[in-house]
Design a protein around this ligand. Structure first.
Ligand code: DAH
Length: 332
């Protein structure tokens, strides 16, 4: 035992720790579970009682000494390393991330409506028939419910991937007493052939305003405000249209102008660009969500985010927006 202790003592004292690698080597040799000091304690355990008394103090002191040398060694190795760092060296360029064009547009639109009191609401992408269709006044035989348009959940055909964010309107109306002003952005799904201009999933932004005495004039003024803020255009027109959940319904075009070749292409030579659908919320829709149509009225609108992105950034193919090709995304 005496000899074993002396050998370890000698080895510890002779060990020079000059770097963190040395410190680690020291720890492995002497202190780690398979190191020499734990081995010494194993041997100590086998000694008869009176010898234990003899050696106990010595080997505890040896262990203490090894631990101190190790701690000091780590400290000085760290200090040495820090001194060798050149703090004046130029920083290496790191690649910056950038926001996805769809997120950029979504957030701009949310900001514009936030300034006139709209909040933001979300709903599930797997939606039941009630919120996606029935509560929005879709008749039983409406073609949008068809297998051609809608991805149904195989195990339970009462559920489908939502075909529009109008479903969120219903959820908000069910859970909030008017006045309601909300913007609902999100991804929607349609069983359509994929091409440069259409995809089986895309993003919409829905708007809903419910209060006493909301009129078509309010709708028109709100959309005009949006067109001015978002597109920088101050002329819009509304064309009569049809949606099951609004009456009357309209399609909104913004006057884009015909100042260059791109404008001609974008507006097919008309100068007008279609930007959204909208209308006065159908009384049957209010009723379905337990809002009294005799007391309250409201308007709603919905627009596609991809379409805006394709136009704004002159992106030739909608698929580029979901492929996540870094060469494409880096440009934004
Ligand atoms: N939900 C419609 C669609 O998917 C868009 C839309 C049109 C939403 C008119 C509305 C609205 O709220 O009033 O194409």
């Amino acid at each position: 035992m005496n000899e074993q202790i002396a050998n370890i003592e000698k080895a510890i004292s002779a060990f020079h720790i000059g770097s963190s690698e040395d410190a680690e080597q020291f720890r492995l040799t002497f202190l780690s579970r398979k190191g020499q000091i734990p081995a010494l304690f194993e041997a100590f355990k086998l000694l008869p009682g009176d010898e234990k008394r003899l050696y106990g103090k010595t080997i505890n002191a040896l262990k203490q000494k090894a631990e101190n040398i190790y701690k000091e060694g780590v400290k000085s190795a760290n200090q040495k390393q820090q001194q060798s760092v050149d703090y004046t060296r130029a920083v290496k360029d790191l690649p910056f991330g950038s926001r996805h064009p769809l997120s950029v547009i979504r957030d701009e639109i949310i900001d514009i409506f936030a300034r006139i009191g709209f909040d933001v609401s979300y709903g599930p992408e797997i939606e039941d028939d009630w919120h996606n269709f029935s509560a929005l006044n879709f008749p039983e035989e409406h073609p949008a419910r068809d297998m051609q348009d809608t991805f149904f959940v195989e195990k339970d055909p009462d559920f489908a991937l939502r075909t529009h964010t109008s479903s969120v309107q219903v959820r908000v109306m069910e859970n909030t007493a008017p006045p309601i002003r909300t913007i609902s952005p999100g991804r929607v799904y349609r069983n359509e052939a994929i091409s440069a201009r259409s995809h089986c999933f895309f993003h919409q932004i829905e708007g809903l305003y419910i209060d006493k005495d909301v009129s078509f004039a309010d709708l028109k003024q709100t959309i005009l405000y949006f067109a001015e803020q978002f597109f920088g255009k101050s002329k819009i027109r509304m064309r009569p249209s049809y949606f099951p959940f609004t009456e009357p319904s309209a399609e909104v075009d913004v006057y884009w102008g015909l100042n260059n070749e791109v404008d001609y292409r974008l507006t097919k030579g008309t100068g007008w660009l279609e930007i959204m659908g909208c209308g006065m919320v159908d009384p049957a829709v209010l009723q379905a969500s337990n809002i009294d149509p005799e007391v309250y009225s409201g308007f709603a609108f919905g627009m596609g985010v991809e379409r805006i992105a394709l136009n704004r950034y002159q992106i030739p193919d909608i698929r580029m927006l979901s492929e996540n090709d870094m060469r494409f995304l880096k440009q934004f």
